[in-house]
Design a protein around this ligand. Structure first.
Ligand code: PLP
Length: 624
């Protein structure tokens, strides 16, 4: 567990059992029943589910929503705050129906609402949310149809707010409200001057593309006044960006927003809701720092700091405490999904036995590498490294011009890697390892080929080098003796994971076990419930993975409550506009032609067609 930092990033949900299996504590706090993930995998395989699988533990979602509300309630109670907390889930973070349904179900105890940013998201939200006390916040640019859908939701009793992202949205909202005879609930998204650090925080700050300046906000007040609708202006929203690692930025933003909120109350707007947007970070690397993959605050600190900051500013101005809304997405759903996959193969840097004597006609650069290897000592590591790289390039160059044979080039490569291996061993004795030499470990690492697609299942790992915890799911009572990187099964060199969590920061290789004959080796990528599913793409036509949702009972028994088959090959081909029936017709025609040409017999044709029809029904990933 220590090697992989599980207790640091696991938030009380994950650990390692004595058996060496990774276990999940569905109720958190590393307490209660512990369920072995490899055992869940066995259950899935018995039910015919192939890897990769996205596993969701429903209890974790329930627990995350509960902790968010309990932490806010604790802060509100202990500080004597007069408003309430109203959390909402931004659908964009995971729009999958079963996710939104569960959020609506688990959140109903707390009036947990939804945030939407498009017409499709609004329709999905209205279909899932039954609680009229919960907030339904419409962000995003709104056309007439979007506005009408929101107004109809108000008519049905939903607490549906239109948050103005652009000043130009207001006249249309006013016009449609009059037309449909519905008084709208209106909010504005403010552009704050505060900007947070982090990967995903471009949506905050004065230069952000979203939101209204203070001048535009004042203009909204004036327009609403003119229409005698200031009572409709009830919410102030801002969004600093996602994954805000530093609590200081969160506090500074709340304080600035409170000043604007106070100004709006002074202008006569009804107000009552302060919506702080998302940003509550996930400690992906478990470092508890303000590094981009982490956060330097606990949930309790987040809640207490917000409530305290709001009280400080608004009490000073004598303004009633608003209900606090946050749009936490990442922190709500990240923990509850994990990607599970098997390793298909491993490739290692193999050197084999080097010859005792080189033939007389052995090319010069190969001979030089052999000498460099023989003369390698702790004192000349960098020099040997430089020589090896130089002579290897020479070998490649001479091969290209036909002066070196294929076998001679192969021998040169083996000497090169033999030098690298020796340097890797010797450099461990150095106090300060030069950068070139430090990178040798990654170059020498084994490549573990995993049955998954980075592009489909972990797009942020590829696009922005986001760190996700990756852990072997079993054999953790054996010392992992290999260093590896992970390659997926797309034939794209970007389809790899080569940055991993390390107690000292980030490292280029992962500690892994050698494969055992006839035994599967399973890995899990954790904390993938936020953003990864709908951002994923169909690179190499690898589709959605199987999804299995598990609910654990108090006694530790569990059930597979929901199973979704991943895309079949036919599904995926239809996404890129092929018609599977037409495909079969076309292949049948090609096979019939092969019969006519005497290449295959009619019964061969039958088998060919069976194979293609089975292939279309099959999973897009590697099937054993
Ligand atoms: N609210 C808005 C308006 C957003 O754009 C986002 C995402 O960036 C969120 C909420 C969710 O943020 P997070 O996942 O950090 O909670």
């Amino acid at each position: 567990a220590e090697l992989y930092g599980i207790r640091n990033w696991g938030a009380g949900y994950f650990d390692v059992a004595q058996s060496g299996d990774v276990v999940v504590y569905p109720f958190g706090d590393n307490r209660g029943p512990a369920v072995s993930i490899p055992e869940i995998i066995r259950g899935m395989r018995e039910r015919g589910y192939d890897m990769p699988v996205l596993l969701r533990i429903e209890n974790i979602l329930d627990s995350q929503i509960t902790s968010l509300h309990q932490s806010f309630r604790k802060a509100i109670g202990s500080l004597g705050y007069k408003g309430e907390y109203r959390g909402i889930f931004p659908i964009k973070v995971n729009q999958q129906q079963q996710v939104v349904e569960k959020i609506a179900q688990f959140g109903s105890r707390y009036h947990h609402g939804l945030e939407v940013g498009s017409k499709a998201e609004l329709i999905a939200a209205v279909s899932q949310l039954r609680d009229h006390e919960a907030c339904l916040v419409c962000n995003g640019y709104k056309d007439e149809e979007f506005i009408d859908l929101g107004l109809h939701a108000v008519r049905m009793g939903y607490k549906c707010f239109f948050v103005l992202e652009m000043a130009s949205e207001l006249p249309l909202i006013l016009e449609r409200s009059k037309c449909l005879g519905v008084r709208p609930l209106i909010g504005v998204r403010a552009k704050l001057s505060v900007k947070a650090g982090g990967h995903w925080t471009d949506s905050g700050g004065e230069r952000s593309t979203f939101g209204l300046t203070t001048a535009q906000i004042v203009d909204v007040v004036d327009q609403l006044k003119d229409h005698d609708m200031l009572d409709c202006f009830q919410l102030l929203h801002y969004h600093l960006g996602s994954q805000v690692p530093n609590i200081r930025d969160i506090r500074a933003a709340v304080m600035e927003a409170c000043r604007i909120y106070g100004g709006l109350v002074a202008e006569g707007a009804a107000m009552g809701f302060l919506d702080l947007g998302g940003g509550l970070a996930v400690d992906y690397d478990g470092s508890h720092t303000n590094y981009v993959s982490s956060r330097n605050y606990s949930l309790d600190e987040y809640c207490a700091d917000i409530i305290e900051a709001v009280m400080n500013i608004l009490d000073e101005e004598g303004i009633a405490h608003p209900h606090i809304v946050t749009e936490s997405g990442r922190a709500t759903v990240a923990y509850y999904s994990m990607l599970l996959f098997n390793i298909l193969d491993v490739s290692r840097v193999e050197i084999g036995n080097l010859p005792d004597i080189l033939p007389d006609d052995c090319p010069e650069p190969v001979r030089n590498m052999r000498e460099a290897l023989a003369g390698l000592t702790l004192r000349n590591l960098q020099e040997c490294y430089n020589d090896a790289v130089y002579y290897r390039d020479e070998v490649r160059q001479q091969f290209l011009t036909g002066r070196i044979t294929l076998r001679e080039r192969t021998l040169g490569e083996r000497y090169f890697w033999a030098i690298m291996k020796r340097i890797a061993q010797e450099k461990q004795k150095l106090k300060h390892v030069p950068k070139d030499l430090a990178e040798i470990d990654v170059a020498l690492a084994d490549i573990y080929y995993g049955n998954f697609s980075v592009f489909q299942s972990l797009p942020d790992s590829w696009a922005i080098d986001q760190l996700f915890p990756v852990v072997p799911l079993h054999r953790l009572n054996e010392l992992p003796s290999r260093q590896g990187i992970l390659s997926d099964i797309t034939c794209d060199s970007d389809g790899r994971i080569d940055h991993f969590i390390d107690p000292q920061g980030v490292k280029g290789t992962l500690d892994l076990h050698p494969l055992k004959d006839g035994e599967e080796y399973y890995l899990g990528v954790f904390l993938v419930g936020a953003y990864q599913e709908t951002l994923g793409d169909l690179h190499n036509l690898l589709g959605d993975t199987n999804v299995v949702s598990v609910r654990v009972h108090e006694d530790g028994s569990y059930e597979f409550v929901r199973e979704l088959r991943g895309d079949s090959v036919a599904d995926i081909l239809s996404y890129v506009e092929y018609d599977p029936r037409r495909i079969i017709d076309d292949i049948r025609e090609a096979a019939e032609q092969a019969v006519r040409e005497g290449r295959i017999t009619p019964s061969d044709r039958y088998r060919v067609m069976q194979a293609y029809e089975d292939g279309l029904r099959g999973y897009t990933y590697f099937e054993r």
